[in-house]
Design a binder for this molecule. Structure first.
Ligand code: FE2
Length: 253
C-alpha cells in the first residue's frame, strides 16, 4: 500500500509546485514493480478547501489506474471534497469522508479528523464506534486505519499543539482489534513512526514540501528535503508476519 500525504494542491500563482509534486509521486508509485494494491493520500489534499482546488486534485489524479483513497485534512473542506469526489472510487464510491474499502486481502478504514475552524483534529464517539464495527467484520484480515492527524504527539511542539484531541479513544478501539497493521497519518510533513495500541503509527512526508525537525517551540518552517512517500508492505509469511514500511524518495519531487 502506497501512502502519500499533504499535497496542498492550490490554484493561481502558487499552483505549479504542489501539483508537480503530487504528479511526480503518483508517477513514481506506478513505476513500482509490483505496483501497490492501493494508494492513500492522508489529507491536506488542498491548501484552502476550495472547489477549484479539488478540481485541480482531480486533474492530478486523472485516470489513476490503481484503487486510491482520499482522506480529509485540516486544510480541506469535507463538503467541497464530497462535492468533487462523492460517488467516485476516490471516496470508496460513497458520499462521506468516513468510509471503508474492503480489498480482497486488506480493509482500509478512512476517518475524518477535521474540526471546522481549527488546525487540530478530533474523531468523536460516533466515528470511533463506526470504526469498531468495521474492524469487527473481517477478523484475521489485515486492516489499515487512515486519518490526517497523528493520534500521538510527534515531538515537534508546533505540530503537537494542533494534534488529535481523542488519540487515547482511538487507541482503545485499535487495541481491541489485532488486525490493525498500521494507523496511517499525515499533517506533519515529515516521516514519523510510533508504537500505538499494539499497532504502529506511520506518518507520511509531504509530496510537496517538508517541515523542519524543530523540537523546540515555534513554527518549524520548511526545508529543502526531498519529497517522498511511504510504502507499507506485507511480507510473505504465515498470518501475523509483521508488515514493514519503506520511505521512498520521489525523483523530481
Ligand atoms: Fe494538516
Amino acid at each position: 500500500m502506497a501512502h502519500l500525504s499533504n499535497p496542498h494542491i492550490t490554484t493561481g500563482p502558487s499552483a505549479q509546485a504542489p501539483a508537480a509534486g503530487l504528479r511526480a509521486a503518483l508517477h513514481h508509485v506506478l513505476a513500482l514493480d509490483p505496483p501497490p494494491e492501493c494508494v492513500v493520500i492522508t489529507g491536506d489534499l488542498t491548501e484552502r478547501g476550495e472547489p477549484e482546488e479539488y478540481a485541480a486534485v482531480g486533474e492530478a489524479l486523472g485516470a489513476f489506474p490503481r484503487p486510491l483513497h482520499l482522506v480529509t485534512g485540516n486544510h480541506d473542506a469535507p463538503e467541497a471534497l464530497v462535492e468533487a469526489f462523492g460517488g467516485t472510487r476516490f471516496l470508496g464510491g460513497g458520499t462521506t469522508t468516513t468510509y471503508e474499502v474492503e480489498h480482497p486481502a486488506l480493509t482500509v478504514a478512512v476517518l475524518d479528523s477535521k474540526v471546522s475552524g481549527s488546525p487540530g483534529g478530533r474523531l468523536g464517539p460516533a466515528q470511533l464506534s463506526w470504526l469498531d464495527r468495521v474492524l469487527s467484520r473481517r477478523p484475521g484480515v489485515p486492516a489499515v486505519v487512515c486519518l490526517h492527524h497523528p493520534p500521538v504527539p510527534v515531538g515537534i511542539p508546533f505540530l503537537d499543539a494542533m494534534g488529535l484531541a481523542d488519540g487515547p479513544a482511538l487507541a482503545e478501539v485499535v487495541a481491541a482489534h489485532l488486525r490493525v497493521v498500521r494507523v496511517l497519518a499525515g499533517h506533519v510533513h515529515r516521516p514519523v513512526t510510533a508504537a500505538f495500541a499494539g499497532s504502529t503509527v506511520a506518518v507520511a512526508p509531504s509530496t510537496y514540501r517538508q517541515s523542519g525537525l524543530v523540537r523546540r517551540e515555534g513554527p518549524p518552517g520548511y526545508t529543502g528535503e526531498l519529497a517522498s512517500f511511504l510504502l507499507h508492505v506485507a511480507p510473505e509469511g504465515p498470518p501475523g508476519t509483521a508488515w514493514v514500511t519503506h520511505t521512498v524518495p520521489v525523483d523530481g519531487g
